[in-house]
Design a protein around this ligand. Structure first.
Ligand SMILES: [Zn+2]
Length: 352
């Protein structure tokens, strides 16, 4: 255990009992857009190559109203690092990411969360893959605990069997567990359970929070939340991607852009999703609707930027530090209502 203490304020479950908790996600996509991470393998090498970029994004999300600094260890796992031939950096990458999150939270009341994710080697019914996956979770959980996290998130997992392995690893380390499933086009887990059954099974196995993250945008995630809320008595999470998914194209991987003739792939995922980005008002609506359903662990995943998180915080009636710069169109050069805006410019607004 390092000398840094975990946050001294209320823990995750106490906060959830009192009201919603916001956890900004989406570090991978945002740092890729900022130019410090390669789309494809999506390994968070920026943690070691450009820690200042990761630290800044933590600060941006904190300023925008995130209650949690989520360590950027998504895909910083043994399998991914094996694929890119950098397994030797595994522990350093994890510990550095955890420290960056902890340093960002220092001096605030933000919680620090460890993070494990889809292994990409889990095979249903294969005991050998289960053993390997569990070992991957165990080592990441051990580093997270050692670096002093407040709780641990397992996310973007689409098999209940794999999610249970992550949960067992987290509980073996006596940590609070948030377990978030990623739902593909078929609204079942990849091992064939309804989401209600999956959530119940995870709650019964000890999960403190169960829910959904990634893959689906607000519009196609929202309809899946009610049955999960009804199935469990624990807290429920919802962290959609920041893209305009639909009933027909419910995941960001399935979105199509027939108006664009220059896509490098058949579909815009993952690097041409810009035109599908949801606006801040759509996040505001999602937040209110999810909260009304009884979902109180909220955030946004891939595609999000700090303005979405600020909008989420404000939808919950908060004024995070970043609200200092929330929109105020009253003094806009053309659309402003202030007396100080020349009327001749206001009159010209219709011509813009
Ligand atoms: Zn995501």
């Amino acid at each position: 255990m390092t000398d840094a203490a975990v946050s001294s304020g209320p823990g995750l479950l106490e906060r959830l009992a009192a009201g919603p908790v916001i956890c900004a996600e989406g570090y991978l996509f945002e740092i890729e857009r900022r130019g410090y991470l390669s789309a494809g393998a999506y390994v968070p090498e920026a943690v070691l190559d450009h820690p200042e970029v990761v630290a800044q994004l933590h600060r941006d999300f904190l300023y925008a109203g995130s209650d949690v600094m989520l360590a950027f260890t998504y895909y910083a796992h043994r399998e991914k690092l094996r694929v890119i031939g950098k397994e030797d950096t595994l522990e350093e990458m994890n510990r550095t990411a955890l420290r960056l999150a902890r340093e960002a939270a220092a001096g605030s009341d933000a919680l620090v969360a460890g993070n494990v994710s889809n292994s990409n080697i889990y095979v249903e019914g294969d005991a050998e893959s289960a053993r390997e996956v569990r070992a991957m979770f165990d080592e990441q959980v051990e580093w997270a605990v050692d670096e002093g996290v407040d709780y641990i998130v397992a996310e973007t997992i689409s098999f209940v069997g794999e999610a249970l392995l992550a949960l067992e690893a987290i509980k073996a380390a006596d940590q609070t567990a948030v377990i978030n499933l990623a739902v593909h086009r078929d609204p079942h887990t990849r091992d064939g359970l309804s989401l209600a059954e999956a959530a119940k099974r995870l709650e019964d196995a000890g999960a403190d929070v169960v829910g959904l993250n990634c893959a689906r945008g607000p519009a196609s995630m929202l309809p899946l939340l009610g049955p999960i809320r009804e199935a469990v008595s624990c807290h429920v999470a919802a962290l959609p991607v920041a893209y305009r998914t639909t009933a027909d194209q419910p995941t960001f991987q399935s979105l199509e852009d027939p108006d664009c003739a220059c896509l490098p792939r058949e579909k815009p995922f993952p690097t041409a999703l810009d035109p599908f980005t949801v606006n801040r008002y759509e996040i505001e609506e999602f937040t209110k609707e999810a909260q009304a359903l009884g979902v109180n662990y909220l955030g946004v995943c891939c595609g999000t930027s700090p303005h979405h998180i600020r909008s989420m915080a404000e939808a919950l009636g908060r004024r995070p530090p970043g609200s200092k710069y929330s929109p105020d169109m009253s003094t806009h050069a053309f659309y402003g209502t202030s007396d100080k805006v020349p009327s001749v410019y206001k009159d010209f607004a219709k011509n813009l």
